[in-house]
Structures are given as structure tokens and as C-alpha cells.
Design a protein around this ligand. Structure first.
Ligand code: KG4
Ligand code: ZN
Length: 355
């Protein structure tokens, strides 16, 4: 089954809520296509700590969410009573952050007497490209690369997923953030390394392409981070020359991108996919986009990359998948709760050995 056609009353005006990590986001989505409002507040409070501090994230969601909700409704020019359903991220993520969104959604749903559906954050990233490009050709391979995840998934329909690979240690975005720390850069490190890499030589350092030769479709990025640390010399101090800094950034990025592109195209070959859908914050990376574009074109496969706002954590993708669930007959769960891990999130996955 492809993405459901949105015809039921519940899908007319869906409020999306995303609070799984350090971005608070609210969207109002009409019939799964028209984004009437979409606000994302990145929480700057984490910058000085060089990473996301869970307690600060939940507190910031508590403060920001009601304000974003009001502003989103004003921007969409709708009253709360116009909303027909609420979709909220319920897993995976930081549990304290998820709970803020889920509690807000449940209280609002009760007050307005409209259905509330819990949406899996990774499932939403798998489909984010559909917001701008419509339903994907199938089967498709989705690559979700963010601060918390590196997942390769075969998508053969809505709710028909086969997990092909994931990271065995650090996620791709996590590797970017850790290497940025080694290089004395700020947080989040991905965009900073992306910018520096444009000016560096990608072949200046022969960093490993982790697991590129392995037969499976898993990733591993922690060894690459160690290789970067070693390249910085015995004391591991951040480079003091601009040339060294840009060369390390470009060489590190080349290794990550080679690995991501290599595994994604291996997944395409293994599944006969007709499209590649990209999602997650690392999907903003310019080199990754360029290289995947070339690889997909050479194979005659469509590459679908969301615009940067829809790659990173956002409520629009949550509203979309929530609307599909409602249309597909998924019943709202009054006991809806937050779950931290992907394994506990109840995502319907076809077993890896199923055809
Ligand atoms: O999806 P996201 O906004 O949040 C979650 O982690 O769920 O992804 C954030 C991650 C961070 O690790 C950040 O460094 C990385 O995405 N990132 C990038 C780029 N922009 C963001 N990594 C590489 N290149 C970029 N341009
Ligand atoms: Zn995410």
C-alpha cells in the first residue's frame, strides 16, 4: 500500500508536535499537503555545553511549546476548535523531552475532544521528503542520518519497513559533533565541518572508510573519530593552521560520505529500489547530497532530499505520518506514552528475512 489518500475528517487539519530532542516544533498540516504553519525553535541553551543536556531540553520544551502552539495557530489562521486531530512524537528520543510533547498533546486532545496519535520519530524521517515531493516510488531505500541515528530501511509501503542496517556505535551526526569538538569547533558540529570541508582537500588524510567492505549494511563511526584524534598529533590539540583544519574536515567528511553513499547504493542494489529518500539533520550535508545525486543518477534511481528545514527535526513530518495513520485506521491510544528507544517504540517492521 502506498501513502493513504487523506479523505477522512480527522485528517483535515492536523496539529503536529515534535519534542524528541533539542528542537521544539509545531505544525498545522491540511490534508497532508498544505503546510499552514510550521515553527521550529532550536534550543540555543545547549551550545555552551557542547551537547544536548536532557534536563535543560525538557525545561525548554515546557516553556516553548505553549508559545509555539499559539503562534502556529495564529499563523495558520485557525482556532483550536478547527483542529481535527493531533499527531505527537512519542518515540524514540530523550524521554523527558518526549513526555512534555505527549502530555501537552493528550491534554489538548482531551480538551478539544479530537484524536491524538503517537508518531515514531524515525518513521517520520523516512517519509519527510513526501511533504514536498508527494508519495515515493516503491520500493524505496530510506537513509536516516541524524545526531542519534544512522538507519537504512527498505520501504515497500506505508508501515511496510524492513530494517537493512544501522550504526553499531556512533551515529553519523554524533561523529560530526565529536570530531567538531576535537577540532575546537562549536555545537552542533555538522554544519561547521560541512562549511570548512568546502575549502579543504578530501584526500589530505587517508581516514578509514568504516565497514565499507563488510557484507552487511551496518555502519560504524567511532573508529573514524579515533583516527581523526590520532591525526591531530600526540596531544590531540585542535589544529592551529587554517590549512590543517580544513584538510582534516574535508578528509573526515569524505570518509563519512563515502561510507554513507557506498552502503546506500549497496542497499539499492540489494532491494531493487526505485528511489532513495533521505532524512535527518546530516541529510543537510552538501557533499552527501552531491555524491548521492550522482550515484543515484548513474543507476537511474530517483533521489528525494527534503529541504533543510524538513531534514532536521520538525513537526511537519510528524503531522504527515500522523495523518496517514489516522487515514490508515490506526486507532488513537488513550494510554499513549513516551518510549526512549527504537526497539520499544512499537514500529511495525517486517522481519529482515521476510520477502
Ligand atoms: O535530525 P537532527 O536535527 O536531530 C537529531 O539528532 O534527531 O540532526 C542533528 C544532527 C547533528 O549531529 C548535526 O551536527 C547534524 O545533524 N548536521 C549535519 C549538518 N547539519 C546538521 N551534519 C553534517 N552536515 C551538515 N550540514
Ligand atoms: Zn531526528
Amino acid at each position: 500500500m502506498s501513502a493513504p489518500r487523506l479523505e477522512s475528517e480527522a485528517t483535515r487539519l492536523v496539529l503536529g508536535i515534535e519534542t524528541s530532542c533539542d528542537d521544539t516544533s509545531v505544525a498545522v498540516l491540511e490534508r497532508g499537503t498544505l503546510l499552514r504553519a510550521h515553527l521550529i525553535a532550536a534550543q540555543d541553551v545547549h551550545k555552551i555545553y557542547g551537547g544536548v543536556v536532557p534536563e535543560l531540553a525538557s525545561r525548554a520544551h515546557l516553556e516553548l511549546l505553549p508559545r509555539l502552539f499559539e503562534r502556529a495557530l495564529a499563523e495558520a489562521r485557525v482556532a483550536p476548535s478547527d483542529l481535527t486531530a493531533i499527531a505527537v512524537t512519542c518515540a524514540p528520543g530523550l524521554v523527558g523531552s518526549l513526555v512534555v510533547g505527549v502530555a501537552f498533546a493528550k491534554a489538548l486532545g482531551l480538551g478539544l475532544a479530537i484524536p491524538v496519535v503517537g508518531v515514531n520519530h524515525i518513521e517520520a524521517h523516512l517519509h519527510a521528503a513526501a511533504l514536498e515531493r508527494g508519495p515515493s516510488p516503491e520500493p524505496a531505500v530510506a537513509l536516516v542520518v541524524s545526531g542519534g541515528h544512522s538507519e537504512l530501511v527498505e520501504v515497500s509501503g506505508f508501515r511496510r519497513y524492513r530494517w537493512l542496517g544501522c550504526t553499531r556505535d556512533d551515529a553519523a551526526g554524533e561523529a560530526y559533533d565529536k570530531v567538531a569538538k576535537l577540532l575546537g569547533l562549536g555545537f552542533p558540529g555538522g554544519p561547521l565541518i560541512d562549511a570548512l570541508a568546502e575549502r579543504g582537500r578530501p584526500d589530505a588524510f587517508a581516514f578509514p572508510r568504516p565497514m565499507l567492505e563488510s557484507r552487511d549494511l551496518d555502519f560504524s563511526f567511532s573508529g573514524l573519530k579515533t583516527a581523526v584524534a590520532q591525526a591531530l598529533g600526540p596531544h590531540g590539540a585542535p589544529p592551529h593552521s587554517e590549512r590543517l583544519l580544513t584538510d582534516v574536515a574535508a578528509s573526515f567528511q569524505a570518509a563519512v560520505v563515502d561510507t554513507l553513499v557506498g552502503k546506500t547504493m549497496a542497499a539499492v542494489a540489494a532491494t531493487g529500489a526505485r528511489a532513495v529518500n533521505l532524512g535527518g539533520g546530516v541529510a543537510c550535508n552538501r557533499e552527501l547530497r552531491r555524491r548521492l545525486e550522482a550515484a543515484c543518477a548513474a543507476r537511474g534511481v530517483v533521489l528525494r532530499v527534503p529541504s533543510p528545514r524538513l531534514c532536521a527535526d520538525n513537526a511537519a513530518m510528524i503531522a504527515l505520518v500522523g495523518a496517514w495513520q489516522l487515514e490508515g485506521g490506526v486507532k488513537p491510544d488513550p494510554e499513549l506514552d513516551a518510549a526512549a528507544s527504537l526497539e520499544d517504540s512499537g514500529l511495525p517492521v517486517i522481519a529482515a528475512d521476510a520477502s
